[in-house]
Design a protein around this ligand. Structure first.
Ligand code: HEM
Length: 406
C-alpha cells in the first residue's frame, strides 16, 4: 500500500480529491517508500515535469521487455505478442526513435483529417441516440459512450464498422496491463488480445496496400519523411495505441464529466438550454475529474530538481493529474465544477514530447458527444448514484444509469 493513500480503499476511489488536496497542500513533492517513487502534486511542477526533456517515459538503458512490470512481476512465458505491440508504441519511446515515429504518424493523422471527421462523428452520435429514443433509462457508458468512441476510431482508421465490438474487447483486455496491479489471468488475456489485434491490423494493412482508401490506415502505409516509411510492426503498434490510448480515456471523460455536470444540476440544465457551450464544458470535464490520474517519468540524468528537491538519476516520479487540476494556485475555486470555466491549461492531455497525439480528435469527439446528448435528451438526469470502477490510474464508472423523462 502506498504511504499517502490507499488505492484499494473504496472510499478513496469514490472521492480521492479530499486526500489529494490535503497531500498537495502539505507539500509539492513526497517520497513514497512503498511505491518507490516521488509523488508530484502541484500544477506548476506537474507541467514542468511534462515539459522537461530530462524526464523520460522509459528508464535510460532499460532493456525491454524487462521494463514491463506485469511481465517482470508475473514471470509470464509467451509474452512476445504483447511485447511486439508495445515495443514500437510512441508512449514507450524516447528521441531519436520517438521523433522519427511521431513525425511519420503526424503526416497521416493531420488536423485536416480530424476536421473532416466532424460530419461522420455527428452521424455516429445521432445514430446511437436515435436508437435510444423511447427508452426511460439507459446506461450512458455501455449504450452511448463506449460504442460511440470505438466507432469513431474505427471510422478514422477505415475499419469495417462491424468490427467495432472486436476492437472493444481487445482494447479492454490490453489496457488492464496499465494498472498498478495486474493478475496472471489479466496478463494472459492481454497477451492473447495483442496477438489477435495484431493479426487483424496486418490484414487491414495488406488490404489497403492493394486497394488504397481515404482513411488513416492507408495514410499510415503511405506516410513518408526523409527517414523513410513506417514498417508494418510500427503501423500495428500505432493502430493499437490509437485505439487503446484514445478509447478508454474518452469514454471515462464522458462518464466522469457528464456525471459531474448532472450532479451540479445547474450545469446540465444550462448546457441543455444552450446557455453554456459544449466546447468549454468539455475542458471543465477534463479538468475536474480526469480519466487518467497518474503518469510516471524517470530522471534520465544528473541535475534534475523538482520543487527544490534533487531527483537522483534513475529515480521515478509520479505526476498526480487530479491533484494538479485542483491546485488553487492555478484555478480559482478548483473544487467547483464551473461549466463555462473553459480553461485549457489543465494537465489532462499531457504536454511536451508526449502531448496527446489525439487531443484534437478527443476534443472534437467529446464536444459532439455532449452537444448531441444534451440536444436529444435535455431532461436526462442520473437515475442512481453511479459506482466507480476499481483502480486509481484509470478513473471511471462501472455504469452511469440515466433517467429520461417520458
Ligand atoms: C479525453 C481523452 C484523452 C485523454 C485524457 C488523453 C490523455 C493523454 C495523455 C495524458 C497523454 C500523454 C502521456 C504521457 O505524457 O506520458 C496521451 C498520449 C497519447 N494519446 Fe491521448 N488522450 C485522450 C484521447 C486520445 C485519443 C482520442 C487518441 C487517438 C485517437 C489519443 C492518442 C494518444 C497517443 C497516440 C499518445 C502518445 C503520444 C506520444 O507518446 O507521443 N489520445 N494522451
Amino acid at each position: 500500500m502506498p504511504d499517502f493513500f490507499d488505492t484499494s480503499d473504496p472510499a478513496f476511489i469514490a472521492d480521492p480529491y479530499p486526500t489529494l488536496n490535503a497531500l498537495r497542500e502539505s507539500g509539492p513533492i513526497h517520497r513514497d517508500t512503498d511505491w518507490n517513487l516521488w509523488l508530484i502534486t502541484r500544477h506548476e511542477d506537474v507541467r514542468a515535469v511534462q515539459l522537461d526533456r530530462r524526464m523520460g517515459r522509459v528508464r535510460q538503458g532499460s532493456a525491454l521487455p524487462s521494463d514491463f512490470r506485469p511481465i517482470r512481476e508475473l514471470g509470464l512465458e509467451g509474452w512476445e505478442p504483447y511485447y511486439e505491440v508495445e515495443r514500437h508504441s510512441l508512449l514507450h519511446l524516447e528521441p531519436p526513435e520517438h521523433t522519427r515515429l511521431r513525425s511519420l504518424v503526424n503526416r497521416a493523422f493531420t488536423p485536416k483529417r480530424v476536421r473532416e471527421m466532424r460530419a461522420p462523428v455527428v452521424s455516429i452520435a445521432d445514430d446511437l441516440l436515435d436508437g435510444l429514443r423511447g427508452r426511460t433509462t439507459f446506461d450512458l457508458l455501455a449504450d452511448y459512450a463506449q460504442p460511440y468512441s470505438v466507432r469513431v476510431i474505427a471510422a478514422l482508421l477505415g475499419a469495417p464498422a462491424e468490427d467495432a465490438d472486436l476492437l472493444l474487447d481487445w482494447s479492454h483486455a490490453i489496457v488492464k496491463m496499465y494498472e498498478l496491479h495486474t493478475t496472471r489471468r489479466q496478463a494472459r488475456d492481454a497477451i492473447e488480445a495483442a496477438r489477435e489485434f495484431a493479426g487483424w491490423t496486418e490484414g487491414l494493412i495488406s488490404a489497403r496496400r492493394t486497394d488504397p482508401q481515404d482513411d488513416l490506415i492507408t495514410a499510415l502505409c503511405l506516410a513518408e519523411t526523409g527517414e523513410g516509411r513506417l514498417s508494418v510492426p510500427e503501423i500495428v503498434s500505432t493502430v493499437i495505441l490509437l485505439l487503446n490510448a484514445g478509447h478508454e480515456a474518452t469514454v471515462n471523460t464522458m462518464g466522469n464529466g457528464i456525471t459531474a455536470a448532472m450532479k451540479d444540476g445547474e450545469a446540465w440544465r444550462r448546457l441543455a438550454a444552450g446557455e453554456a457551450q459544449s466546447a468549454a464544458a468539455v475542458e471543465e470535464m477534463m479538468r475536474f475529474d480526469p480519466p487518467l490520474q497518474l503518469f510516471e517519468r524517470y530522471a534520465l540524468g544528473e541535475g534534475v530538481e523538482i520543487a527544490g528537491t534533487p531527483i537522483p538519476p534513475g529515480d521515478k516520479v509520479a505526476m498526480l493529474f487530479g491533484s494538479a487540476n485542483r491546485d488553487p494556485r492555478r484555478f480559482d475555486a478548483p473544487d467547483e465544477f464551473r461549466i463555462d470555466r473553459g480553461e485549457q491549461d489543465h494537465v489532462t492531455l499531457g504536454a511536451g514530447l508526449h502531448f496527446c497525439l489525439g487531443a484534437a480528435l478527443a476534443r472534437l469527439e467529446l464536444e459532439i458527444a455532449v452537444d448531441r446528448l444534451a440536444a436529444t435528451f435535455p431532461g436526462a438526469s442520473l437515475a442512481s448514484e453511479p459506482q466507480r470502477e476499481e483502480g486509481f490510474v484509470i478513473r471511471g464508472y462501472e455504469k452511469v444509469d440515466l433517467a429520461i423523462p417520458a
